[in-house]
Design a protein around this ligand. Sequence first.
Ligand SMILES: [Zn+2]
Length: 418
Amino acid sequence: MNLLDGAARSYAWGSRTALAELRGLPSPTRHPEAELWFGAHPGDPAHLVSEAGPTSLLEAIDRDPVGQLGAAVAERFDSRLPFLVKFLAADEPLSLQAHPSLDQAREGYRRENAAGVPIDASVRNYRDANHKPELVVALTEFDALAGFRVPRETIELFALLGAEELAPYQRMLEDQPDAIGLRTLFTSWITLPQRALDAVLPAVLDACVRALERAETTRDRRFVAELRTVLELGEYYPGDAGVLAALLLNRVTLRPGEALYLDAGNLHAYLRGTAVEIMANSDNVLRGGLTPKHVDVPELLRVLDFEPLPSPVLESRTQPDGSVRYPTPAPEFALTRVELSSGAGADGAGSSPYTLGPLDRPRILLCVHGSVQVRAGGATLPLQRGHALWIAASDPDPELCAATEDATVFVAEVGSVD
Ligand SMILES: [Zn+2]
């Protein structure tokens, strides 16, 4: 068991305050801080903190896969930690993207290798042969676009906008209000020549402004968040087809503790907020716009799932012990939120510790509120807000208890070894 030093990623869309404040560090920071990675990703592993100095978690696992991961996990996942967990803080929208399925990733990786595209080339889509299911749990209000809205509702949005330039596209959806219609419409938008885009986009943005003005008078809040998002994206990425695509997606605001699960083929873009994110250990992203990075439309179209997503927010499950589980089909990871309190009850007794089972599994704990004591074997380590801790499979009987009046910890672990 060791405290973990995360690997900080500074992207332009990050926040100068959120991650520093979470960790109790001076804020605002000089550069935007976007992500803090806790995992053993070869590109940027976290480090185990010890008196002898920091050790890369990747090296520690390479040296002793069975001791760190446990025999079952080491065997099932090829002696690698199968998940990567992060703090993420977005002050600006991220790119419009989707992730491949396992089969698509294997095939794409092989194809790009055969074509001789260097692994670190900016035009490379598949940097590994793995899928990348993602789960994001909000720590603050968290805005995102996720999955295609039910076409019937999108037709209502188009009707509300009432832009003549949108009429032919509205008809595409009216003729076929399903996944096929969405594919036809999205494909025609994302492949529009720039000249055509430059005619449609300003008209759509104008229509958004007018619709918002009308909403102001009528106090009808329907689609207000959607319209504002389209306008905001239009300012960040003028002339980008992704701005039109945003009209087709569910606009979600998660409250703290709520989650989104982004399975293979789900078109999504994070917009703003702070979150815990966990994913399979992969870097495979296919972008469709809203980014200065590499965009590969044909490849994105190959992996996209156009089936509408009526309710994108994941249903969490409260366990008998009071912890909250975010169930997903991903075997690589599982995430649980544990609320602890040290509050003495009426009988004066403190609350009992939270035990982590089953044994022989690795875990990463992230504390997001208060602080806790983590015990395993004879050792005890304090874990504070904004910090993380690695528990090896060989650490005996780990348990936690609150060191402050109340505390919140996320437990990241492997989903299934079957
Ligand atoms: Zn993603």
